[in-house]
Design a protein around this ligand. Structure first.
Ligand code: KIV
Ligand code: ZN
Length: 546
């Protein structure tokens, strides 16, 4: 057995019934994760993910950054009111309007928290904020006090904490605790830290500030993966005394992403011989369905060799490994896939499966749909089962994704027709229906049938976008498999994705493009004009993301 990190003294909170130290899992998939290019989620999708995160056992859910958009405000508001167990938090800069907006969004929440942040490292002080350290401390104190007027639970993050001088980090931490912060998150904002160094920050701050342990203040880790060290750094922080870990499903997030929830949890569990004194509330069997849901709804595919949830994570190719596995699984397998909820056999539905069977499957996949949405999913399922003998989980997930993605449809595809072939100019006629029910038709030529359809759609909707990425895949195997097309388009400075599904690949491509355009239009409707709010030098209409 390895030496475990037991040198630290015990810190509040109280040990669990098994005498272990509870580690809070703070999930920021809906905030930092949603900052991944092209990953924007609509309201319905955010609600589905939030419900699943609570079922997974996440302790804190960062549901958005309310000042940045009406969509984020509404998500924090609705998630805060609906979830019963998890703490729900909204992010705010140390700017009064940000804090007030977060406070407003959390009105009526069952377990609200405001998370305020302000950069403290020299490079951010001098170049971004152009403020002296003392000024930043005052701003942070005022902001924490302001947030405390709305809620009792306030988290403070000294942004770029891992690159902040240690004595400054101690000073700002002491000051915000005095002002009322209950959790201090020390982020490795740019993914620069290495494990020993990052772990040391936590033990150092705890040693200098005995009030942390005495008063039950939580220290928290928040790591980015620029050097591929986010999970290792998070675990080092736990060994150093962090009692909250911030992470995302599938490790999605800004740039190279955040620490991945599933990797942290399975490291703690699989190496329980080493990490035996820690405990989390995560229900590991829900890891795999949650990972699939997040991947499906964000459109961010999981790399095949991704630890824990990648397609190849439990695949053994080498003959010598297969031989070992047959003799004893433990020779080459350190985790049982069943522990994370990988289904043992594929359940198949077909045209004789009823609404009840479908509804059960949908629930097992982690979705909790209202009756109206379930009806629409059932309709699509029946239509598919008429064309395709076996309907797999992947097919159902794709239908769910398409259904939830559409949200409020401003434009719907009525029908289309294309002519193309060798030596002929591709031509498309597209008929769309707008939200008032009126049909609009246009035709266009293009480099191929899809290009022609896309030009016709731009003409009808009046939305001009640049196609940046186009991917197509078969959802399952077999000749009758559904084709799924994912597109990423750029509209001004925003990247938006859309997905479409059909047994006809051109129809899937048209639906994907239309989904992206609908997403642009609905986001535009929800966006607040943030012109007067920008003190970070970002263009009007956008608030700087951390
Ligand atoms: O990476 C970061 O510093 C953040 C903060 C807002 C915690 O996301
Ligand atoms: Zn971050």
């Amino acid at each position: 057995m390895s030496d475990s990190p037991e040198t630290q003294t015990s810190q509040a909170p109280e040990p669990t019934s098994r005498g272990r130290t509870p580690i809070r899992i703070f999930d920021t998939t809906l905030r930092d994760g949603e900052q991944s290019p092209g990953a924007s989620l609509n309201h319905t999708e955010k609600m589905e993910i939030a419900r699943q995160l609570e079922a997974l056992g996440v302790d804190v859910i960062e549901a958005g950054f309310p000042i940045t958009s009406q969509g984020d405000f509404e998500a924090v508001n609705a998630i805060g009111k609906e979830l019963k167990r998890a703490i729900v938090t909204g992010l705010a800069r140390c700017v009064p309007r940000d804090i007030d907006r977060a406070g407003e969004a959390l009105k009526g929440a069952n377990n609200p928290r405001i998370h305020v942040f302000c950069a403290t490292s020299r490079i951010h002080r001098e170049h971004k904020l152009k403020k002296a350290f003392e000024e930043i401390v005052h701003l942070s104190i005022d902001s924490v006090k302001r947030a405390r007027q709305f809620v009792e639970d306030v988290e403070f993050s000294p942004e770029d904490g891992s690159r902040t001088e240690l004595n400054y980090l101690v000073d700002v931490t002491a000051a915000v605790i005095e002002a009322g912060a209950t959790t201090i998150n020390i982020p490795d904002t740019v993914g620069y830290a290495v494990p020993e160094e990052y772990g040391h920050i936590f033990s150092y701050v705890r040693e200098k500030l005995p009030q942390i342990d005495r008063d039950g203040i939580y220290l928290s880790a928040h790591c980015h993966d620029d050097l591929g060290l986010a999970v290792a750094n998070s675990l080092a922080a736990v060994a150093g005394g962090a009692r909250q870990v911030e992470c995302t499903i599938n490790g999605i997030g800004e740039r190279a992403g955040n620490a991945s929830l599933e990797e942290i949890i399975m490291a703690l569990r699989t190496r329980a011989d080493y990490y035996h004194q820690y405990e989390t509330n995560i229900v590991t069997k829900k890891i795999y369905p949650t990972s699939r849901m997040v991947s499906n709804l964000t459109g961010l595919h999981i790399q095949r060799n991704k630890a824990i949830v990648g397609e190849n994570a439990f695949a053994h190719e080498a003959g010598i490994h297969q031989d070992g596995m047959l003799k004893n699984r433990n020779t080459y397998e350190i985790m049982d896939p069943a522990t994370i909820g990988v289904p043992e056999s594929k359940l198949v539905l077909g045209k004789h499966s009823g609404r009840h069977a479908l509804s059960d499957r949908v629930t097992e996949l982690g979705y909790s749909l209202d009756v109206e949405t379930l009806d629409k999913v059932y309709e699509s399922f029946k239509a598919l089962a008429d064309k395709k003998k076996d309907v797999y989980d992947e097919d159902i997930e794709a239908i769910l994704d398409e259904q939830l993605e559409q949200g409020r449809r401003l434009w719907e595809l009525e029908r289309f027709q294309v002519t193309s072939g060798t030596g002929v100019i591709a031509t498309a006629t597209v008929v769309l229906r707008d939200s008032s029910g009126e049909e609009k038709t246009d035709a266009s030529t293009g480099d191929g049938p899809i290009d022609a359809c896309y030009s016709a759609i731009q003409r009808i909707t009046g939305v001009t976008v640049t196609l940046e990425d186009y991917q197509t895949r078969a959802v399952t195997g077999g000749k009758d498999a559904q084709g799924e097309v994912s597109v990423q388009v750029r509209h001004h400075d925003r990247k938006v994705r859309g997905r479409g599904l059909s047994t006809d690949v051109i129809e899937a491509a048209v639906k994907a493009y239309l989904a992206a355009i609908n997403r642009i239009k609905t986001t535009e409707e929800r966006e607040v004009d943030a012109t007067t709010l920008n003190d970070d030098g970002v263009p009007p209409g956008k608030v700087a993301q951390p």
